[in-house]
Design a binder for this molecule. Sequence first.
Ligand code: BTN
Length: 327
Amino acid sequence: MKDRILAKLKETYPDYISGAQLAESLGISRVAVWKHIESLKESGYDIVAVKGKGYYLQHPEQAIIPSVILENLADPCWGRPIFYTGQAESTNLWARQLLENEAVPEGALVLAGQQTGGKGRLGRRWSSPWGGLYFTLILRPALDLQRASLLSLVMAVACARSLQQNTGCTCGIKWPNDVFIQGRKVGGILLEASGEMDKLDYVIAGIGINVNLMPQDFPEEVRHMATSLAIATGHSYDLNQLVVSLLKDLRQDYYLFLQKGFQPFREVYKEYCIHWQQPIMVHTGKNYVKGVHKDLDANGSLLVEAANGEIISISTGDVHLIHYQEE
Ligand code: BTN
């Protein structure tokens, strides 16, 4: 019902709609309308109520409305079913819980308006205020763990390509799967797998994109490194349209990868990678490796050439670009 109320508010935007009209069109009481509106407001929707006029939804492009997403999905597609809530701790966590309790099909979408405990790579937090896209896809690829790590690079290519097409802004990738715009991080991917080493039960692909966030929406410690699509381009984006487009592009690249492997993505990854053949410093968790990023190996590990010519392969870590000052 909340979804239908949101759809009505979006439809009547920029006009007000009265409680009586909403109640009549949805076949519920005015008190029920009021209760649903209060609960929507609690989960973050910016709904204004004005005496004598009715209700009005501010920033409708920031309102995620599952029925609008479903209406716009092509066939075949990802995004059916959609599990949506205004506020989740983490969509990756929620996806795992769903998988424990029910049979969830491949391509199911787990989506939240905001996250209170968003998870990032390497045990970090992912700040997830209202205005961003936070979703997890449930996948059941017939892959072993090693090949699944390549999937995380494929997803980065798909996201960077899709965001570039949607915004017209040049996007880049920082290994393994951070999406960058104008030298700052705009999106991240957290892939988690479950099953045996040689055959996975499922993969959950959590994707976070800073869409309509403003600088003050980011925690102070990441503000200088982060950006959003709105900051980079100067206007906001409809979250429903953007997620539909991302789902289409991610699905297409996923099936290409399953059929043809990483080969079709190698050159594209290289093209998008912001530090290919560049001096970098990688924090592996245990130590720091300094050198030039030469290539990727067959598993998607980073190959770094150290000053002594040794090639070091790194399977997990955090890349920092080294910028030399001109003398
Ligand atoms: C990174 O550190 O770059 C990965 C960030 C991944 C964030 C997304 S938001 C949706 C999904 N749910 C989470 O808790 N994390 C991922």
